[in-house]
Ligand binder design. Structure first.
Ligand code: HEM
Length: 206
């Protein structure tokens, strides 16, 4: 393979793994928004979605897409000069998404390996237990905003439409605020099952 063939492979691979992940993220964020209707509604929707993404073939493709997306994204960042505002937004949001995906998917797989059900309460424990909530609110808020900023930057570079790109970015911010509100019961905080609270306290040593 020549150098230009390798970079074409990296670019095409990043595009396809990104598209695969986008389908999951669309449903996943919809699932997180159902927290606004309470824990039971969130768990019921997740159970329906799990029937698809927990299928061994689908989950293998999804986790491979996560690894591929991070690897090819980082390879492109280090190889290419970025100068416009949209290019910078794409790179910085992509860098945060790489960090988030590693930690988030790592935590989910680790929790599952300990026998925890990584359902609503797994995420809610981080957002409702003091003082770790000060880490998890910006952590999830930035993740949802990074997704929409990444998409908005790509949309702007492809179409030049500032109006739609701004709308995509703002929709992400609104979704992020609604998700955090749903998980924390409008910042009135939710009681957590002891196993979830213990997991989060042990993980953070608090
Ligand atoms: C506030 C936002 C989010 C919350 C509360 C959240 C919560 C969760 C939970 C509870 C799981 C476990 C699912 C299960 O056990 O079936 C999970 C899995 C996952 N999340 Fe998120 N998530 C959020 C945002 C994101 C974002 C922005 C991404 C991608 C950029 C993402 C990617 C994933 C992936 C890839 C998995 C693993 C799916 C699997 O194989 O089981 N999440 N998330």
């Amino acid at each position: 393979m020549t150098k230009s063939e390798i970079s074409a492979f990296t670019r095409t691979g990043h595009y396809w793994s990104g598209l695969t992940l986008s389908v999951f993220i669309g449903f996943h964020l919809f699932n997180q928004l159902t927290a606004l209707m309470g824990a039971d509604a969130h768990i019921a929707v997740m159970q329906g979605l799990r029937a698809v993404y927990r299928h061994p073939v689908v989950e293998t493709v999804l986790l491979a897409a996560v690894v591929f997306q991070i690897t090819t994204g980082l390879l492109m960042i280090f190889k290419q000069q970025r100068s416009t505002g949209a290019e910078k937004i794409q790179v910085y949001s992509g860098l945060y998404l790489s960090f988030f995906l590693l930690v988030h998917v790592g935590a989910v797989l680790y929790g599952r390996s300990l026998g925890l059900d990584t359902n609503f309460y797994f995420a809610a424990a981080g957002l409702n237990v003091y003082p770790v909530t000060f880490f998890f609110i910006p952590y999830y808020l930035l993740a949802v905003c990074a997704v929409s900023l990444h998409v908005a930057a790509i949309h702007y570079r492809k179409t030049g439409s500032l109006r739609w790109s701004r709308a995509i970015a703002l929709a992400g911010l609104l979704a992020a605020i609604l998700i955090i509100s749903g998980f924390t019961n409008g910042f009135r905080w939710r009681p957590m099952p002891p196993a979830n609270e213990q997991f989060i306290r042990q993980s953070f040593g608090v």
